[in-house]
Design a protein around this ligand. Structure first.
Ligand code: SF4
Length: 477
């Protein structure tokens, strides 16, 4: 498929400006006055520009680095409280015409079995996900015009929303598919998707073209301008991300923030989420073969710096990361995590059988580092003092894009997200949790009710919780 190239991507991801930013950050990495000034601005919670944020990322003064971390923790607490939103990926198809060298689904990988789920198989996957307790999915497919056309994705979304198994329901389908046309984004919007997520992989054009040697994804501008087309197509919530390890992390960090600034300037609203995946082992993919891998400390610093730079943007971490790394970064800014993920096509319904599949039958996109069940992850979060939230209310109440941002900025989130988190956690506890998780959760809910600032909202939440315990479902404020 031919896509016209455009010079616009190079305007908002300006390579020279990134290089100048990196030089500026290097020059100021021990400049106490500059760093203090940036931290003062960050404390106002209005965000930082890419240059300021890059100075914090480069900061080489241990006491200032500790201040950045403390501020990130504080801002995470102020904007997101102790709620952590839960989701799961759902792989529909691993057919792909692209040549991405870091992904086992690339076209040249001839020994990986190719699989595309039928609508019946999708229904089985969704039933398995509902039986775990999931309410929010991220759809994943490779790019293939014949196997995975937009019509297939749209039909799959309709199937997913239509499955109601016991008390289960998927209430929000986020979509992570290849860059497409504004018209196709409009069709996705009309199908009721939540966030459209597309990882840039790398913002460095030259590296991008080398890492994507073949296929439509080779076109840097087409890929980089996808969010502009998505927003032009009416999708309010878009999710950015880079694959850390492909390029120098400071380059990616500055560019990621420039992308967010561009969306804010062009559409009046920045990204809804930022994801921070790192390269992981997969069939034919050795992370050590990539020269720009980052250690856990650097990774944590990136998360903290994104948190203080874009306070109203959610941050996502997947099961690519271990339990220990997830625990560390949750405190620094992560607001959404996946749980009990299967990164293969059909992995949920295959369930235990997947343990006995021969290597030739495996279709995982990457190795999962956190293999716990959803019940284990939920219990673990609560033991750490978090509220696992299965909430999807904002999107269903039309609070998307700038309307969602207004809610964050007005501080009303405690009167809104907090009750919704408690109500959806109650649903989870009643329908899916083990006795130990349920006992822990009921105690937590009893304590957390008191934190709802508005008396009226507290009373409403208690009433709704009573109805949920009486067997009704799907309350939200
Ligand atoms: S990253 Fe996406 S586009 Fe690239 S090979 Fe993998 S599935 Fe295909």
């Amino acid at each position: 498929m031919y896509h016209p190239s455009s010079p616009r991507a190079d305007e908002f991801i300006d390579h020279q400006e990134i290089l100048d930013t990196l030089a500026y950050a290097e020059a100021h990495k021990t400049d106490v006055a500059a760093i203090d000034g940036i931290l003062r601005k960050a404390r106002e919670c209005k965000g930082l520009d890419h240059r300021e944020a890059s100075v914090l990322l480069a900061c080489a003064l241990p006491d200032k680095a500790a201040e950045i971390e403390t501020l990130a923790r504080q801002m995470k607490q102020d904007f997101y409280g102790n709620r952590i939103v839960m989701f799961a990926p759902l792989y529909l198809s691993n057919y792909c015409v692209n040549g991405c060298v870091y992904c086992p689904y690339h076209l040249q990988n001839k020994h990986m079995p190719r699989r595309k789920l039928s609508q019946e198989e999708i229904a089985r996957e969704v039933t398995a996900l509902q039986d775990m307790g999931h309410k929010r999915l991220a759809l994943e497919t490779g790019e293939h015009p014949l196997h995975n056309p937009i019509e297939y994705v749209l039909e799959s979304i309709q199937t997913i929303y239509g499955i109601k198994h016991r008390n289960g329901a998927i209430r929000r389908v986020n979509v992570n598919i290849a860059a497409t046309t504004a018209e196709n984004y409009r069709r996705l919007r009309d199908a009721g998707i939540g966030t459209y997520i597309l990882f840039q992989e790398t913002y460095h054009r030259e590296s991008y073209e080398l890492l994507h040697p073949t296929g439509p994804k080779h076109n840097y501008a087409w890929h980089t301008e996808a969010m502009d087309r998505a927003m032009a197509g009416g999708i309010d919530d878009v999710g950015l991300g880079v694959l850390f390890g492909l390029e120098r992390y400071r380059y990616e960090f500055a560019a990621l923030l420039m992308h967010a600034e561009h969306l804010e300037a062009a559409f009046g609203v920045g990204p809804h989420t930022v994801s921070v995946p790192r390269i992981k082992p997969a069939d034919g993919v050795d992370p050590d073969a990539f020269a720009n891998g980052i250690d856990d400390d650097t990774f944590a610093r990136i998360v903290a710096c994104i948190r203080v730079s874009v306070p109203y943007t959610g941050m996502i971490i997947s099961t690519r990361e271990s339990q220990a790394v997830r625990a560390r970064t949750l405190a620094l800014g992560i607001s959404q995590i996946s749980g009990a993920s299967r990164t293969s096509v059909g992995g949920y319904a295959d369930g235990e059988e997947s343990e006995t599949l021969s290597p030739a039958d495996h279709t995982e996109q990457f190795e999962v580092s956190d293999n716990r069940t959803l019940d284990e992850v939920v219990r673990w979060l609560m033991k750490l003092g978090y509220i696992p939230s299965f909430c999807t209310a904002c999107y269903r109440e039309g609070r998307t894009g700038d309307r969602f941002m207004q809610l964050c900025k007005s501080g009303q989130i405690l009167n809104c997200c907090h009750p919704n988190a408690l109500m959806t956690l109650e649903e989870y506890l009643l329908d899916y949790a083990s006795p130990a998780t349920r006992a822990l959760g009921e105690n937590l809910i009893a304590q957390e009710i008191e934190k709802i600032p508005s008396e009226k909202m507290r009373a409403l939440t208690l009433r709704h919780l009573g109805s949920i315990r009486g067997g009704e479902r799907d309350f939200r404020v």
